[in-house]
Every structure is written in C-alpha cells, then in structure tokens.
Design a protein around this ligand. Structure first.
Ligand SMILES: *[C@@H]1O[C@H](CO)[C@@H](O)[C@H](O)[C@H]1NC(C)=O
Ligand SMILES: *[C@@H]1O[C@H](CO)[C@@H](O)[C@H](O)[C@H]1NC(C)=O
Length: 225
C-alpha cells in the first residue's frame, strides 16, 4: 500500500513540472484563441463590408436602370407644301409642318434650347427656321412643334422647283425635315451637361402636296452629337 502510495508521490515531481507546462500551454492556447477570434472578427468585418459594397452596387444599378435618361421621341404628324399642286405655285410656296417631341422619361425632365428646323431635298437645304422658344418639358409630356417656312425662310429656286414638279409627276416628292436642339436632362435639382440632339424625319408628299400616309405619324430617328 505504502509502495503504491509512494508511486504517485514518486510521480509527483513529474506532475509538479506539468502545471508549469500546462500553464504555458494554456497561455499558448489562449493566445491562439485570441488570434482566431481576431481572424474571425476581421473575416466578419470583411464579409459585412463586401456585402454592403454589393448592396450599394445593386442599388446603384437599379437606380441607373430607372433614372437612365431616354432620348426624346419625335413624330411627324403633318407636312405639306400645297403649292406643289399648282402649276405656278413657286411664287408663294409655303411648307407647313407639325412635329411632336415627347419626353418618354418618368422622372427626368428635359430643357430644350432654341430649336433649329431645316428642310432638305436631295441633301440640299431648301428652307430653315428657328423655333425660338427655349422650354422645359416635364416627364411624359409632349410638345407640338408646328410652323411654316415661306418667303425668306424658304430658299427654293426655280430650278429646284422644276425638280419637285418632275418628282410630282412620278407620284411623290421626298423631303427630309431635321430638328436640332441643345438639350439638358434634369433629375430633381441636378442638371446634366448639354447634348446636341438631332431628329431626322424623312417625309414624302403626294401630287396634292400633302403628306403621304406612309410618312404620317412616323417616328423619326434621334441621335446625339
Ligand atoms: C399637331 O399634331 C398633333 C398630333 O396629331 C395635334 O394634336 C395638334 O393639334 C397638331 N397641331 C397643329 C398646330 O396642327
Ligand atoms: C405638359 O406641359 C404643359 C406646359 O408646361 C403643362 O401645361 C401640362 O400640364 C403638362 N402635361 C403633363 C401631362 O404633364
């Protein structure tokens, strides 16, 4: 019994040295735990940061999709040059047009500077006028651009008129109406920079000088420069 009692006592010195080592390893483990907690915290912070970055990206993308400005839409409703129907109409010829500009955006407004309208035939300018009304166009609003070209704004010479009449005898005279304006988009109190807008509307008139059905209410291609 005493010998068996002595054995643990004998082992005591060994055990006595262990608490030192255990103490050391406890500190070691505590250090490692602290380290892994630090790693986990930094990983968490990183994940949260990346999550918010992704969230901001998604929100920005959705905002961009809904706030992205759409270009205005132009349609030709009327275009006529009644004098074409008369043999001697050249003297008091007049071109009438009615084009609409629509802002298709839901939130974005558009500022238009003065508009310049030119009418060309066979790539030659035959008339030009300015619609001198800078205006603001609210979302989903349509503005009528209707005017006439005659006298000084109509630069048709007799030779060109003969070409019109030659085309008339073929059944149609084709013109091109171009609208140019400098525009700015407006979202709330923020204004975009200026963009120069061009709308190119091909229009054809019949022998009566009135717009042909196939050109009526047609959408004009719009581009920026
Ligand atoms: C121009 O056309 C639009 C659309 O068809 C029409 O509502 C408007 O009354 C016309 N305006 C003029 C001045 O002809
Ligand atoms: C379009 O603009 C005109 C002129 O500013 C305004 O009187 C009209 O109420 C607007 N229409 C719409 C649908 O916003």
């Amino acid at each position: 019994m005493s010998s068996s009692n002595q054995l643990p006592a004998h082992a005591n010195p060994g055990l006595g040295s262990q608490p030192v080592r255990r103490h050391h390893s406890a500190r070691y483990y505590a250090h490692r735990v602290r380290e892994s907690v630090a790693t986990r915290v930094s990983k968490l912070v990183c994940s949260i940061f990346l999550f918010f970055l992704l969230l901001i990206g998604v929100i920005t993308f959705i905002l961009w999709l809904s706030l992205r400005p759409h270009r205005p839409r132009f349609h030709t409703h009327e275009f006529s040059i009644p004098a074409i129907a008369q043999e001697n109409g050249f003297e008091n010829a007049q071109i009438n047009f009615n084009v609409t500009a629509r802002n298709p955006n839901r939130i974005i407004g558009i500022f238009y500077d003065s508009m310049h309208v030119t009418v060309s035939y066979d790539d030659q300018n035959v008339g030009a006028t300015s619609l001198l009304f800078p205006f603001y166009q609210g979302p989903k609003n349509t503005t009528i651009l209707a005017s006439s070209l005659s006298g000084a704004t109509l630069t048709v010479n007799n030779q060109r008129w003969q070409e019109f009449l030659a085309d008339r005898s073929q059944g149609r005279v084709i013109f091109k109406l171009d609208v140019t304006s400098r525009i700015r988009f407006k979202i709330s109190s923020w204004d975009s920079k200026h963009h120069t807008l061009h709308a190119n509307c091909p229009v054809g008139v019949g022998p009566d000088g009135m717009i042909l059905l196939e050109y009526k209410d047609k959408r004009c291609p719009v581009y920026f420069s």
